[in-house]
Design a protein around this ligand. Structure first.
Ligand code: CAA
Length: 281
C-alpha cells in the first residue's frame, strides 16, 4: 500500500493532527488552508507535538525529518497530484459540498477523497462529485497524534476497493479502524454527544457542580475527562452542531440539545479555544 501524495484540507486542530500523522507514516503531505495565520499556527502545533514525541522516543526518525515531509499551502491546486485526500474543513455542509465539487474537478480520476466530518452524511457529500465510489468517511479523534481510533464510514456508493484502501491507509498511520454505518453521528458521536448533552442538562438542573459531574465520570467510570471538560476540549459549538444533527436527522426528542449548551454558544463560551466554556482557561 502506497500513498504518493496525501492531501489535507483545513489546518485546524483536526487537519494539522492528520497532516502530522500522515507525515509520520512516511507519506509526502500537503496541508491546505485558506489563511496563512491558520497555517502558521498549524506549523507551531505540529512542531511542538513532534518535539514531545521525539523526546519520549516515540518516533522512528527525527521530528525535523517528519516535519520536512509536510508542504503548507494556501493554493488548492497544490493538491493536484495527491492520490489520497482527507477533508477536515469546518463542519459546515455548504463549505464541504463546495470543496468536494472542486476536488473532484482538480484531482486525478482514481484519487480517493475522504472526509473527517463528525456528522454530515457521506452519501450526500459523495453526491456532489462524479466519483461517489471513491468517497468515504475517515473520522479521526482529537488529539489526532494521540488517539488511536479512525472511524470508517461507507457512503451508499463507496466501493469495496476504496474502503479497503482507506482502512489500509488508516492502519499505516498507526490507527485502529472500525466501520460504522452512514447514520447521524456514526458510532462515536451517536453515543458520546448524548452523554455530553446530558452533562449540560444535569448542570442546568443543579444535579451537581460542573467539577463534581466531571469527577463523577472520571473516577466513577475511569474516563480520562468528564463530559463538561470534554465539551470544552472538543468545542461546545461543535457539540451543539452534532446534537442538532442527531435531533434533526433521527427525529427523536431525546436528542434535543440542552438549552444551557445553546446559551454557552450564544455567549461565545466555546471552550478552551475561546478561553472560556464551562470552565475558564
Ligand atoms: N501531541 C503529542 N503528545 C500529546 C499531545 C499531542 N497533540 N496531546 C497530548 N499529548 C501527550 C502528553 O504530552 C502526555 O504525554 P506523557 O503522558 O508521556 O507525559 C500525554 O499525551 C497525556 O497528556 P497530558 O498529560 O497533557 O494530559 P492528559 O493525561 O489529561 O491527556 C488527553 C490528555 C490525551 C487529551 C486525555 O485527557 C484524553 O484522552 N481525553 C479524552 C479525549 C477524547 O475523548 N477525544 C475524543 C473527542 S471526540 C472527537 O474527537 C470526535 C468528534 O467528532 C467530536
Amino acid at each position: 500500500m502506497r500513498v504518493k501524495g496525501f492531501g489535507v484540507i483545513g489546518a485546524g486542530s483536526m487537519g494539522n493532527g492528520i497532516a502530522q500523522v500522515s507525515a509520520q507514516a512516511g507519506f509526502p503531505t500537503v496541508l491546505f488552508d485558506i489563511g496563512t495565520a491558520q497555517l502558521d499556527r498549524a506549523k507551531t502545533t505540529i512542531q511542538k507535538s513532534l518535539q514531545k514525541l521525539e523526546e519520549k522516543g516515540k518516533l522512528k526518525e527525527t521530528g525535523a525529518a517528519i516535519f520536512g515531509r509536510i508542504a503548507f499551502t494556501t493554493s488548492l491546486t497544490d493538491l493536484k497530484t495527491c492520490d489520497f485526500v482527507v477533508e477536515a474543513a469546518s463542519e459546515n455542509r455548504e463549505v464541504k459540498f463546495k470543496l468536494f465539487a472542486q476536488l473532484d474537478e482538480l484531482l486525478a480520476k482514481d484519487a480517493v477523497i475522504t472526509t473527517n466530518t463528525s456528522s454530515i452524511s457521506i452519501t450526500e457529500i459523495a453526491g456532489k462529485t462524479k466519483r461517489a465510489d471513491k468517497i468515504a468517511g475517515m473520522h479521526f479523534m482529537n488529539p489526532v497524534p494521540i488517539m488511536t481510533l479512525v472511524e470508517g464510514i461507507r457512503g451508499l456508493a463507496t466501493s469495496d476497493a476504496t474502503f479497503a484502501h482507506v482502512r489500509a491507509v488508516s492502519e499505516a498511520m498507526g490507527k485502529t479502524f472500525i466501520e460504522a454505518k452512514d447514520a447521524p453521528g456514526f458510532a462515536v458521536n451517536r453515543i458520546l454527544m448524548p452523554m455530553i448533552n446530558e452533562g449540560f442538562f444535569a448542570l442546568n438542573e443543579g444535579l451537581a457542580s460542573a467539577k463534581d459531574i466531571d469527577t463523577a465520570l472520571k473516577l466513577g467510570c475511569n474516563f480520562p475527562m468528564g463530559p463538561l471538560e470534554l465539551a470544552d476540549f472538543v468545542g461546545i459549538d461543535v457539540c451543539l452542531s452534532v446534537c442538532e444533527v442527531l435531533h434533526r436527522d433521527l427525529g427523536d426528542p431525546k436528542y434535543r440539545p440542552s438549552p444551557l449548551m445553546r446559551k454557552y454558544v450564544e455567549a461565545g463560551w466555546l471552550g478552551r479555544k475561546s478561553g472560556r466554556g464551562v470552565y475558564v482557561y
